[in-house]
Design a protein around this ligand. Structure first.
Ligand code: HPA
Ligand code: ZN
Length: 343
């Protein structure tokens, strides 16, 4: 690609307005904040310094990461901790020109260690409200069920969410995928849908194409998180294209969790070429070494992506969001206008 096109790609990545649709707020806990909160809450952590923490972030699969991720969130005790975590993420996202976020949180990761549902969600929502007021970032909050736990625990979590239900946009499904297919949670997702909640699920990150079929047919998802392994099944790809499903792809996450061996194996370009509405996201940026623009840059260079594809990915992040149609249209116009100014 010519230097001019490379320069344009870099500017588009920096300057285009974007939405982030796949972000676990607990996965944005940077080692510096982990230490600060450990000190504030008088919690012992098994690391001497930030460098030691980062050195521990060497994963060979999803479970390897999850073990450290659940340990890391152990420093979050008070509502203020959840607030600080959320504000820190939003400031970082703002620097990447992220204008809208749809973030996940894992209530069972907190309630199972004695932190109340209200403490966690109260701090996160206060952070999101402040982020909207101060940084102009709109938001939706998505509550995830941990799939390694049982259906009863998910139902119990949905019940605890009841007083907050107007402030929760959707339900997601995360944690250890293999051995925990979406069908395990068909009934509780049915109950969530009956409350008018949007539905998303991690599927096809490590799990087989069948899990993506189940997410579509049994959970009736509005969006698929990851979805990498859907590409192994032509009929499934056709279904995703026909339904206009958005996939939230996380390139650096895929690399760190060995879903791909090298960044040039990221499926995002192939997905676009197949007509799938792919988006680029950071997943757990503190653990995977990059925020949303780092993810864009990594694949833009390796695949490579054209400037036109960068624009499509930014547009997909809004069209695949849960914003109302008028706001989506407004964001798409902004993208066109920034792209026009730059090219
Ligand atoms: N996959 C599944 N569960 C998760 C992830 C992920 O990438 N991040 C946090 N919980
Ligand atoms: Zn994820």
């Amino acid at each position: 690609m010519s230097d001019n096109r490379n320069g344009l790609t870099a500017k588009l990545i920096d300057q285009l307005p974007k939405a982030e649709l796949h972000l676990h707020i607990e996965g944005s806990l940077e080692p510096e904040l982990m230490f600060a909160l450990a000190q504030r809450n008088k919690i012992d952590i098994p690391f001497k310094n930030v460098e030691e923490v980062r050195a521990a972030y060497d994963f060979s699969n999803l479970q390897d990461f999850l073990d450290i991720y659940y340990q890391g969130m152990g420093v979050l005790l008070q509502q203020q901790d959840f607030y600080d975590l959320t504000i820190a993420y939003l400031k970082r996202a703002h620097a990447d020109n992220v204008r809208h976020v749809e973030i996940f949180f894992d209530p069972q990761g907190h309630t199972d260690r004695g932190i109340s549902f209200d403490t966690a969600i109260g701090g996160i929502l206060r952070g999101l409200e402040q982020g909207e007021a101060r940084l102009g970032i709109s938001y939706r909050l998505i509550m995830c069920f941990l799939r390694h736990l049982d259906e009863a625990s998910a139902f119990n979590t949905l019940e605890q969410a009841e007083p907050w239900i107007d402030q929760i946009a959707g339900i997601g499904l995360d944690s250890s995928e293999l051995g925990h297919p979406p069908s395990k949670f068909a009934r509780v997702f049915g109950a969530a849908r009956a409350k008018g909640l949007k539905i998303v699920a991690h599927a096809g990150e490590e799990g087989p194409p069948d899990y993506v079929w189940e997410a579509l047919d049994e959970l009736k998802v509005d969006r698929i998180d990851h979805g990498n392994r859907a590409l192994e099944d032509d009929e499934l790809v056709q279904r995703i294209v026909n339904d206009g499903q958005t996939l939230t792809v996380c390139p650096l996450s895929n690399l760190k969790l060995c879903v791909i061996d090298t960044i040039d194996q990221s499926p995002v370009k192939r997905m676009l070429d197949m007509g799938i509405k792919a988006t680029i996201n950071s997943d757990d940026p503190a653990y995977f070494g990059g925020y949303v623009n780092d993810n864009f840059r990594a694949v833009a260079e390796a695949l490579p992506l054209t400037p036109e594809q960068i624009v499509v990915l930014a547009k997909n992040s809004f069209t695949g969001s849960f914003l109302p149609e008028e706001e989506k249209a407004q964001r798409l116009e902004e993208i066109d206008s920034v792209a026009k100014q730059l090219s």
